[in-house]
Design a binder for this molecule. Structure first.
Ligand SMILES: Cc1cc2nc3c(=O)[nH]c(=O)nc-3n(C[C@H](O)[C@H](O)[C@H](O)COP(=O)(O)O)c2cc1C
Length: 171
């Protein structure tokens, strides 16, 4: 694996999260036990003069509590592979089972966070939460978004994570 600049493969990453089945958002509990959920929305940009990853997680997700508890995450992105694993991590909860054990996910320890990288992915970002913002109904200004995504509440929390290290796992 080779350390890269966070933007280096981002066009492929966007294609994967939008049209390729998503990416993995990995977090761990205080004891270091990891969990992965699938995400379809993931942005990278410069905020506060640093590279920052944006993920949106609904409060009902087990991952939401992990992010609040430890403040660290990894976004691991497969390029056109791992469809089964993405489907599993996007439909099962870490509250109910150990997804890493069920799927036999291959990992390497994070270098800057206590969250593992997924070795069968192509790219991974190690992140430390530097801010979070809870979406509120009055803050959703588009009725179509409100109706389509929030008819049952459970409005996302936006977690902003400083990218501490980015990896090309194919090299
Ligand atoms: C393609 C796909 C994209 C998803 N994107 C998100 C997302 O961006 N935010 C979110 O809160 N849930 C998203 N989900 C749903 C979670 O992955 C799912 O609820 C998962 O079981 C949560 O796992 P956890 O309870 O272990 O955290 C997505 C699911 C799929 C299949």
């Amino acid at each position: 694996m080779k350390q890269v600049h966070p933007w280096e493969r981002f066009a492929e990453v966007q294609e994967q999260v939008l049209h390729g089945g998503g990416a993995f958002l990995v977090a761990a509990d205080a004891s270091g036990k990891p969990n992965a959920m699938t995400i379809g929305w993931f942005q990278l940009g410069t905020v506060w003069s640093r590279p920052v990853a944006h993920v949106l997680v609904r409060p009902s997700r087990y991952t939401h509590g992990l992010l609040r508890e430890t403040g660290e995450f990894v976004v691991a992105v497969p390029f056109g592979t791992m469809a089964e694993e993405l489907a599993f991590c996007g439909s099962q909860s870490g509250r109910d089972l150990d997804k890493f054990r069920e799927l036999g996910l291959r990992t390497a320890p994070g270098t800057a966070v206590r969250v593992p990288l997924l070795l069968d992915c192509s790219v991974a970002y190690e992140c430390r939460v530097v801010a979070r913002a809870e979406l509120r109904p009055e803050g959703i200004l588009d009725d179509g978004i409100q109706a389509r995504y929030y008819a049952r509440g459970d409005l996302h929390t936006l977690f902003l994570g400083e990218v501490l290290a980015a990896w090309d796992l194919t090299k």
